[in-house]
Ligand binder design. Structure first.
Ligand code: GLV
Ligand code: MN
Ligand code: MN
Length: 424
């Protein structure tokens, strides 16, 4: 029997308690949280979630990469499932809420349904995707990309961490090879929709004093590494005009990425951002001219044409720097994606969920990447945001107010009920 579901409510204390418990896994200085993908802390985070799911009486399934699915049956167990979740891995020295809130929020919503004996038409699966963050390998949304069948062999060639561990080697230790990359793809016929609750990670909601964002689309990155190779040499004896300094060449690029991105963000109404977030120098000592400098470039936009234009200009600049400074260059692609629109019917449904409770909301794009951008390729996908204090994230200063967390989770529950029970 499908029961009326208008009054299912989350348990706020339990939600905040479990959010706190997860954030203690990997806690470091100044309240930072570090659970890099495939680290011991990240595995412990996933293990804790499995424990919570089992405690809640969900059927737990773990796929080969380690994505976790906790299922609550619906009145029609054969109906396609509504997937709801996010990720538990973090950046280096990140915050407590990015990803974690979406996973624990989804768990709380499903626990409330089970506890209040509300059976929905479709099954609901709480999902924790592995490796959403690109901090370790430069490769983002790993688990959800595998579920969407969107990981391609060539993508893996240049994905390695700062210690040189190759993502591909880790994958093969898990039984995942170029030949079976699509074996984790979820049959789209088995999924009705995907919902994700996330912190905004930007300043818009706070500035507009709105507690909820309904997301329309997700900006996509083009990412690559650039290696400048000059000549390592003695810093005391090599005359200035005889040097091939790889770091000075790389530094020109850092400034150029900012300059070009700023030029286009102004022209295209803030729609392009470009970042050099990591750099490695060899030999990296005070008394030698740097012979090698390797840096990461991350260019994102909500508009593919604007992003591609900036990418082309940056790559032309790299070649120009190399010619002028007589250094060698390699451009190693990591990933190139297109901006992803979210499902219009779900945008509408999420707006209605807010309106039904008289909650002010902002309809907005997402500048950050999310697992929803992969899930949108196999199923209708929708996202809710809650405000981030001062717009800060990927930092120990990341903070969202408990009231907003609870409100976002309650709206997530309301939307799960509608998506699972209604024709969408
Ligand atoms: C994920 O947080 C991203 O880098 O956008
Ligand atoms: Mn993040
Ligand atoms: Mn995230």
């Amino acid at each position: 029997m499908v029961l009326p579901t208008t009054a299912v409510t989350i348990n706020k204390r339990r939600l905040l308690r479990d959010l706190n418990a997860v954030s203690r896994i990997g806690i470091g200085d100044h309240g930072s949280v570090t659970r890099l993908v495939f680290s011991i802390k990240e595995l412990r985070g996933r293990q804790f979630l499995i424990h919570l799911m089992r405690q809640a009486g969900l059927q737990v399934h773990i796929d080969r990469i380690g994505n976790i699915f906790g299922r609550l049956d619906g009145s029609n167990p054969k109906a396609p499932a509504v997937l709801v979740g996010s990720h538990l891995d973090t950046v280096l020295h990140g915050g407590k809420f990015d990803g974690t809130m979406g996973v624990i929020g989804a768990l709380e919503a499903v626990r409330a349904l089970k506890e209040q004996k509300v059976m929905l038409r479709s099954p609901v699966e709480v999902v924790c995707f592995v490796g959403e963050e690109s901090s370790r390998f430069g490769y983002s949304t790993l688990g959800s990309s595998l579920v969407a069948g969107e990981v391609h062999g060539a993508d893996l060639s240049n994905a390695a961490d700062a210690q040189g561990t190759r993502l591909e080697d880790i994958l093969s230790s898990l039984g995942i090879y170029r030949s079976n990359l699509r074996s984790m793809r979820r049959d789209p016929a088995s999924v009705k929709a995907y919902l994700e609750l996330h912190i905004e990670q930007g300043p818009i909601l706070e500035a507009k004093k709105k507690p909820i964002g309904v997301v329309t689309s997700i900006a996509a990155p083009t990412r690559f590494r650039v290696v400048f190779t000059g000549q390592a040499d003695h810093s005391g004896t090599t005359p200035m005009e005889m040097r091939k300094d790889a770091l000075v060449a790389a530094s020109e690029l850092v400034v150029a990425v900012e300059k070009i991105s700023r030029r286009y963000s102004r022209m295209e109404k803030g729609r392009v951002v470009g970042t050099v977030g990591a750099m490695k120098i060899e030999p990296g000592v005070i008394n030698a001219i740097p012979g090698k400098a390797e840096l990461s470039v991350d260019i994102r936009s909500i508009t593919a044409s604007a992003k591609n234009r900036v990418v082309r200009l940056v790559q032309a600049k790299i070649r120009e720097i190399a010619r002028r400074r007589h250094v060698r260059i390699e451009i190693l692609p990591i990933r190139e994606e297109n901006p992803v629109p979210l499902d219009k019917r779900l945008v509408h449904l999420l707006k209605e969920c807010c309106e039904a409770k008289g909650i002010a909301y902002e309809v907005m794009p997402s500048g950050a990447g999310h697992d929803a951008m992969q899930m949108a390729k196999i199923t209708p996908s929708g996202m809710l945001f809650i405000p981030s204090r001062r717009g800060i994230s990927h930092s120990p200063l990341e903070w969202s107010d408990p009231e907003d967390i609870c409100l976002g989770t309650q709206l997530l529950l309301d939307s799960i009920v509608r998506v699972a029970n209604e024709k969408i």
